[in-house]
Design a binder for this molecule. Structure first.
Ligand SMILES: Nc1ncnc2c1ncn2[C@@H]1O[C@H](COP(=O)(O)OP(=O)(O)O)[C@@H](O)[C@H]1O
Ligand SMILES: [Mg+2]
Length: 438
């Protein structure tokens, strides 16, 4: 058993990879830890050792009893089912002030500190105490707002002294398997080398956890589709089913192209007051490259000014939302499209917008067709928002593109030129890009 690691209080033995995550705990450079690991790696098991250590340190470091220690999961029901029994195993009876509270799922320690199992389904009800330590299990399935609005502020006030040094701020460990490119991906990236100074992230496969035999992996491989297997057992961030632009892949569709002096710019534009969006494409042979973006501009005049300032000497074609033919920006007497024409841009628009479905199909077809040809590329460094929106916008419960998460405007902007220039339903001849200046 020499490959196992025994935490100093001796309750459980950790595998080497669990130990690596554990040993980063309570270091200043790892105030926010994220462990994204495959199924049955031993994440929830590790949480036992982490909770036990936090209970010990809260007493040792004289943490105020107002600051609690929590294990959180997406719902209270799930949190209780998965962890309550395990928590009672992890905290010895000799440390407890009395019997565990079975209704609330809490344990009060002799030191006065409270350890609790909570669900993030009704996160508004959780406000109140401060937090010394927090574990969030199945982090990819939790609501981001629960973290941002409630939990994060609760961690900010906790004070304690470590080896004579005053420290402020509770620590967190978020664990789980990935679920596409959602908030779990963001916090994982924050913890990668060169990103945030107080975040540290870890990624291990199920097999690296050492709790499941290779034979089980082989069976899973035979039964599962490749994407699901990679996500669940290899902890890989895969585009989530239900994502609209499922053909987009930030590696395979990546571009290092930038705007060159003589380029004609093809700019897709979506109109929304204070949220005007635009994506700038250039053409290279038979391929299109998104090479720049404009995000959250106030109105059409502001957008015109921004484009002229950034690209004063380029031929510009705008591919807008067709509704701009009637729509007026705030305080403007002319329609949005009239303003664009007056600014000297060529405006390419059909009398009506194409059906949303056709626009999505054109885009996916350009991203990757059935012959595995990719004809549309995105420079993710120049277009970080467009890249994120391509990865994240999903269909809502009614099968329509989701507009609630804020990923819709950039995608609308970025797909108008593609639907215009590469329509899915028309004859081949119409895929020619208009020639400018002729
Ligand atoms: N260090 C360990 N020592 C003994 N058993 C472990 C250890 N880590 C995990 N296990 C066992 O492996 C199985 C999977 O662990 P679990 O924590 O539920 O995985 P996950 O939360 O990553 O899906 C459980 O039966 C658990 O008890
Ligand atoms: Mg688990």
């Amino acid at each position: 058993m020499s490959q196992f690691f025994n935490p100093p209080d001796g309750a459980v033995q950790l595998t080497p990879k669990q130990a690596n995550i554990y040993l980063w705990g309570w270091q200043k450079e790892a105030r926010f830890r994220d462990a994204v690991c495959g199924r049955r790696f031993g994440k929830t098991f590790l949480a036992k050792a982490e909770m036990r250590r936090a209970a010990r340190l809260a007493a040792k470091w004289n943490v105020s009893v107002e600051d609690e220690i929590w294990y959180a999961a997406p719902t209270f029901k799930q949190a209780k089912r998965v962890f309550w029994k395990r928590l009672k195993q992890a905290i010895p009876a000799s440390w407890r002030a009395g019997k565990p509270n079975e209704t609330e799922c809490s344990i009060t320690l002799k030191s006065g500190h409270v350890i609790r199992v909570v669900g993030l389904d009704n996160y508004d009800d959780l406000r109140g105490s401060g937090l010394f330590f927090l574990i969030i299990d199945e982090w990819a399935d939790c609501k981001w707002a629960a973290w941002e609005e409630v939990l994060r502020p609760m961690l900010s006030t906790c004070k304690y002294i470590v080896n004579g040094e005053q420290r402020v701020g509770g620590h967190v460990l978020r664990i789980g398997t990935p679920k596409g490119f959602n908030h779990c991906y963001d916090t994982f990236m924050d913890g990668q080398p060169g990103h945030e100074p107080d975040c540290r992230s870890f990624s291990y496969t199920s097999l690296q956890g050492g709790n499941i035999p290779e034979s089980e992996i082989i069976v899973a491989k035979r039964k599962m589709d490749p994407k699901t297997f990679s996500q669940e057992y290899e902890a890989s961030f895969e585009s989530y089913q239900g994502v609209i632009y499922y053909c987009f892949n930030r590696i395979l569709n990546s571009s290092s192209e930038v705007v060159k002096d003589n380029d004609t710019l093809h700019i897709g534009m979506d109109f929304n007051v204070t949220k005007m969006s635009a994506v700038v494409y250039v053409r290279r042979g038979e391929t299109m490259h998104a090479v720049d973006e404009f995000v959250n501009l106030f109105d059409t005049p502001a957008m015109i000014e921004a484009i002229k300032e950034k690209f004063p000497d380029h031929e510009v074609g705008i591919y807008p939302d067709a509704s701009g033919e009637n729509r007026k920006s705030s305080n403007a007497s002319e329609t949005d499209l009239a303003l664009l024409r007056k600014a000297g841009f060529r405006v390419y628009v059909n009398s009506r917008n194409p059906a949303v479905k056709d626009r999505i199909n054109s885009m996916n077809g350009m991203l990757c067709n059935t012959l595995s040809e990719r004809r549309l590329f995105v420079n993710a460094i120049k277009c970080p928002h467009f890249t994120k929106c391509q990865e994240r916008q999903i269909y809502d419960d009614h099968g329509q593109p989701d507009k609630k998460s804020g990923f819709d405007h950039m995608n609308d902007a970025g797909t108008y030129p593609i639907a215009y220039l590469f329509p899915i339903n028309e004859q081949i001849k119409s895929i020619d890009i208009p020639m400018f200046g002729f």
